[in-house]
Design a protein around this ligand. Sequence first.
Ligand code: BDR
Ligand code: CA
Length: 316
Amino acid sequence: MKPVILDVDTGLDDACALLLAARHPDLDLKAVTCVGGNVGLEEVVVNTLTVLEAAGRTDVPVGRGAARPLLQPVRSAPHVHGADGLGDLDWPKSTRTADSRHAVELLREVLLEAVSLGEPITLIPLAPMTNIALLLRTYPEAAEGLREIVFMGGAAGIGNATASAEFNIWTDPEAAAIVLGAAGELGVPVTMYGLDVFYDVLITLDEARGLAGSRSAELAGKLIEKRSLLYRSDGASIGDGGAVCAVIDPTGLTTEPFPLRIELSGSWSRGRTIVDTRDWTGDLTSDPYGAAPTVVQVATAVDGRRYADLWLKTVK
Ligand code: BDR
Ligand code: CA
């Protein structure tokens, strides 16, 4: 089993990712940490506990983390996730409480334990990377417990929160810059599962309506139905869930190594992931900035049907 930690701002599609990570037999879900993003931190914590309960995984520790980005104010997305972040579904909320440790402390403890066990962990951030930046700045030694980081965020092409930037990176660009820089310095491999592939793992409405027989399947069906409604289409992508598929089945994802920077200023481009696809042998001499120090595996294509089947089979 591959040990993993998810960092989430649950969120309809974070919920799709949680159900998959909680139930797939090849993954050992060590912890889930929460950050404010799609909705406020308190809603994120309740939603995360609710989804894990539906998956039958009340054993997984859930850590409450940062309520807001490092520098800029919180900006939530009720138009994409509903007022409660979970589509305002008719679904009972968990009454459990989060772990007593702050998310950063929980991450540190689980990662240092992984070092002593010799079983490094794959970290899957699916939200603004505030918690991860705080962790790597406060306890850089915890990075030794990381096998890799596979994050949902950014894009080589389009944006969604703005024409230029993807929501997770745009919400906390400083955090993303810190994480990328630290990962480069500490030698942690990074994969970016960005908007270039995010929309391509599609579940049809028929498939969603066929999900039944367990609490997990029922909730999974409702999540896709709600996303379809919000997007006014006859199906919806599993969004963040695709990044978890990429950890379970990496060969379904095509990636290319590119130097990556985060735009921290710019008139219209703050939060953009600048993916450097140039042929460096030709262009370096005239570039005053030079190559970005961190090279990231950028997802450029995905086998959407294969990941959709993986998700459907698991959440059933
Ligand atoms: C990302 O932002 C949130 O709306 C989703 O949960 C996903 O993590 C997509 O831009
Ligand atoms: Ca998310």
